[in-house]
Write a protein that binds this ligand. Structure first.
Ligand code: ADP
Length: 272
């Protein structure tokens, strides 16, 4: 009986180890496949705007562009493409810095409602261009949080960009800022494609993109949400997702109320 028990334990351990190895190597394989397709995409994305700018620059230098209208259109082309390139490079640098732990955070006592309003004001052009219906709700007396302002802007910027990017017909953007006794919450809601249940735990991983037609048609590299999660957590916050495929998604970020924040009566934590 003892021998059988030992054998059973050995077989079980062996099977468990094999299963573990299989899962780990499957994950590695998936990650390296994602990395390879990311590299191909990035190469393409970096080369395309460069080629456009190079051709435009060449034509301008040769004096082949003479009319004011064409000059303006060349200028606009170079501007748009250089902005595209800049965004791409910034995203890559963000990932590289966060991975290397070299991103220096400067946490400060900040008012989340003002941060959100200022950010939306800056994004007004992008929201108008995309005909986005903005639905903004900010509760009264939102307490301060202790976060790095650049991180906050990157987080919110990525979530808003995705909400717009992954919405087809109804470009709705709901932003809701509220708090409880301990935390401030910022919800970013859209009525876009939504995320399939099986992808929801994967979308915060680097390079992961949902395999559907809208994502395939949308520019992206699967980096935004990994940066968002990383920055949220490094700033002491958390991120959660609630999404129904075909209906839309709500990403919620939360940060602890700063210990030294001034509370209104409504948010003063109970004294024990
Ligand atoms: P990117 O948008 O550059 O591909 P992200 O890391 O920001 O990278 O997002 C990862 C994937 O998650 C996207 O490719 C997309 O499939 C999915 N996704 C992210 N945000 C949304 C959203 N608001 N609605 C639907 N799908 C989303």
């Amino acid at each position: 009986v003892r021998n059988i028990a030992v054998l059973a334990v050995t077989v079980f351990t062996l099977m468990f180890s094999l299963l573990f190895l299989y899962i780990v190597s499957k994950r590695d394989r998936e990650l390296s496949m994602r990395q390879a397709s990311f590299l191909a995409n990035v190469t393409h994305e970096l080369k395309t705007p460069l080629a456009v700018m190079q051709a435009a620059g060449e034509n301008l230098a040769d004096g082949r562009v003479t009319t004011p209208e064409r000059l303006q259109s060349y200028g606009e082309h170079i501007f748009t493409e250089s902005m595209r390139l800049r965004k791409m490079i910034e995203k890559l640098l963000d990932v590289a810095r966060t991975e290397a732990g070299q991103l220096t955070l400067k946490p400060m006592l900040l008012q989340p409602d003002s941060l959100v309003k200022d950010h939306l004001h800056e994004q007004q052009g992008f929201l108008n261009q995309n005909n986005v219906e903005l639905d903004l709700h900010i509760e009264d007396d939102i307490p301060k949080i202790n976060v790095d302002q650049n991180s906050f802007e990157t987080i919110l910027g990525n979530l808003i960009e995705n909400a717009v990017k992954y919405s087809q017909n109804e470009k709705y953007l709901g932003i809701h800022v509220y708090s409880n006794q301990k935390k401030v919450f910022i919800e970013v809601e859209d009525r876009g494609t939504g995320i399939p249940a099986e992808s929801q735990k994967l979308i915060f991983e680097k390079f992961y993109r949902v395999e559907d037609t809208l994502t395939a048609r949308t520019k992206g590299h699967g980096l935004g949400l990994s940066i968002v999660k990383n920055l949220t957590e490094r700033n002491g916050g958390q991120i959660s997702l609630s999404s129904t495929y075909g209906k839309g998604s709500t990403f919620t970020i939360s940060f602890p109320i700063a210990a030294n924040a001034t509370f209104s009566k409504q948010h003063r934590p109970k004294q024990n």
